[in-house]
Ligand binder design. Sequence first.
Ligand code: ADP
Ligand code: MG
Ligand code: ZN
Length: 636
Amino acid sequence: MGERRWPISLWYLLAGLFVVVLLYSYGLYEAPQEISYSQFKALLNAGKVTDLVLTPDEVQGRLTDLEVDNILSSEQVSHFKRWGQRELRFRAVRVEDPKLVEVLEAKGIPFAGRTASTWLMNIVSWVLSVALFIGIWLFVLRRLSGSAGGPGGLMAVGRSRAKVYVESETKVTFADVAGIDEAKEELREIVEFLKTPERFRRLGGKIPKGVLLVGAPGTGKTLLARAVAGEAKVPFFSISGSEFVELFVGVGAARVRDLFEQAKQKAPCIVFIDELDALGKSRAINPLGTHDEREQTLNQLLVEMDGFDPNVGVIIMAATNRPEILDPALLRAGRFDRHVVLDRPDVRGREAILRVHTRSVKLGPDVDLQVVAQRTPGFVGADLANVVNEAALLAARRNREYVTMQDFDDAVDRIIAGLERKTRVMSPREKRIVAYHEAGHAVVASLLPNVDPVRKISIIPRGIGALGYTQQLPTEDRYLMTRSELENRLAVLLGGRVAEEMVFGDVSTGAQDDLQKATDIALAMVSRYGMSEALGLRTFESDRRPLFLESPMASRRDYSEAKAAAIDSEVERILKSAHQRVRELLQAHRRELEAVADWLLEKEVLDGDQLRALLQQYGVQREQREPREQRTAAGS
Ligand code: ADP
Ligand code: MG
Ligand code: ZN
């Protein structure tokens, strides 16, 4: 295509012209010797000047000869001698001198005028404006063609900008990804499929079309997607959702079509859409500013995903850190229905990531990566890569042969300072509080009967909302719960708060969510389930709001002020007695509480079996064990 070549040669032309102009102006302006105005006047009076050219700011002319004793410095004289063949040209900057012309006329010296802007200036400004114009034109052209280096031009408007990586370029394998073993495990199946699609096809296995990687920024989503391609040794087409957003209407959709066209030809392969949220934001979230382009692109993506058979061997992967804002249409069956979650790494995961990134770094004998990992709770893979890089830079700046622990310590401090501004890192004190809080939940849950067993406790911060969590099993739907079960559930919820009170003599805001849930349970016991002796069997619903019929006025409560006060005090009583009960329980098992908290501080996560083993060392048993079957029977 012609267009592409001629703008490039045009640039050469412009550059050449520029050089010529520069040389010319250099040659023109360097040649005349600069002299002062007083020198000029002295030379004029001595009758040594001729051929004057006057501009508003300077005087140019020639000396008739160099017999000008003492007016010029020896330096100036030697300059004139050097440029002798140039007829002794000089110039002087003008000062206010209205009589000059009179003097010149009186002496009969020829002179001419010239305007301030010389022909040279004209050319320069002309060239500059043409260059500017051409620059803008090229910019627009490039935006249209959308390809920085490849073949393109106006004809290739819809050509995909997605880069094709082949294995020899990515060179990323699962060995480069650490600390997110569960996600890796889940993707192994995809790798197997891409390696030998025929085998899967023969067996009629169903392979997901779309895999959505979900995780906080820097947890390694992009890295993992590339590693899948690397492991399977298949081409990797990647494109970023945010790239589509800035395009002209219609171009994005054309790109998507083109991308899939190319991918089908290269199958088996992976199409990776990074930052899917930029493209697939729920249409409901932004009802006013309808972004036509984004919507068209999104629709095209959906069409393409629906329209091809996964058996051709194209796997579509996408990454997002905000799955909750994605358009539900994207998550429907047959689209991105397989979700792989990338958690923030725990202490062992962080150590593994540090090992990956220090493979090519010279470490001193005192470096203990386990200690570095312990110092970096909440760090994601990208942060840890940053730590290693920073430590290496510090060591280099300190002229060391290898990276020492001191460098790592300083690097961690530096990066924590950066992250703290983004409120992503807990201080050691906060970490202790969270550890005891979660230990409180876990110990209470282990002691009481008829409580769902603890599955996992973690104090790895996940975003701003939850600093830690205690997860209980099962989450099966329960249709019936007895009063004692509800009371036990209350106790577990209060366990975190009570542990804080006991250990720190102070409480934090971390229990807010627990208290909210506890209050809800207590209120339900009183007002809905008739579980309070004081208020009897009557139900008191203030929020029974029929779905369609009535105005908000209709949902007024159906009981008196006095009853409302009684409900309040009854809820309070239930919470108080639960609190008292938990306090006694935890005081009696303080050693266990400490043991669990210590473990959490060290390892950050604790699974159910580890918890039970730990508690068994202290001879802890549930208060009265009831067979599980009995409860299940009650629930069915
Ligand atoms: P995301 O796409 O989730 O924001 P990236 O994949 O871009 O994160 O990660 C950025 C960099 O951080 C990677 O190139 C890698 O060097 C490092 N990194 C992130 N997660 C990991 C991990 N699990 N193992 C090793 N390195 C990681
Ligand atoms: Mg990424
Ligand atoms: Zn809690």
